[in-house]
Design a protein. Sequence first.
Length: 245
Amino acid sequence: MDEQIREVFGQLHAGEAMKENTKAALDRARNRRRRPVGYLAVAAACLVLLLAGLGGYRYYFTPTTYLSVDINPSLELGVNRFDKVVSVRAWNEDGQELVDSLELNLLDYQEALERLVASESIADRLAAGELLSITVAGENEAQCGRLLAGAEACTAGQENVRCHQGDVEELEQAHHAGLSLGKYQAFLELQALDPTVTAEDVAGLTMRQIRDWIGSLSQDADSQGKGNGQGHHGEESHGYRFGQS
């Protein structure tokens, strides 16, 4: 009898141990199934955050409007949708020297313009009678209008400053020609009066020199007529091509 009782209890003990072992095995199996899913979820979340971060970076640092600042120095400010300067590009050596002397990135565009106009490089030239041109161009008409008004406000009271608007197509053409937008617009006026003028002819000139050249050719056209003015236009062009005012 005692032997039978011990056998029965032994079987019960073995059954309990088996159940525990089985439960532990099932738990391990469930954990193995869950773990890859958890890792994938974390990895996916990290990827989403990374992409969102990169997208946000591009969203903020992509220019939507450009300000061409020309007097010689010539430079270009890229302004984002929040009216902050996110890129600065020099178009000549004088422009590069000015860019290197000022910290303009991430400033509000009005503050950047104020720093430029107040800089010794531009202030001295304005005092000497040079012309400053500020040209706004971008795809968002509302922002272009706002920045144009801001540029006019920043330069209010300054003599020899012109603020005006261009368009994106002209901006692309200007870049292709190796000129800033403001200087390119003046070049188109000049070329309309003298088709022999090239972008290289005006690249090193100040805005004052270009405007004076345009004025000279316009007077010639008015007084001599288009047909008789061609030869004289060429003579005037030759002088300005060598940087003479």
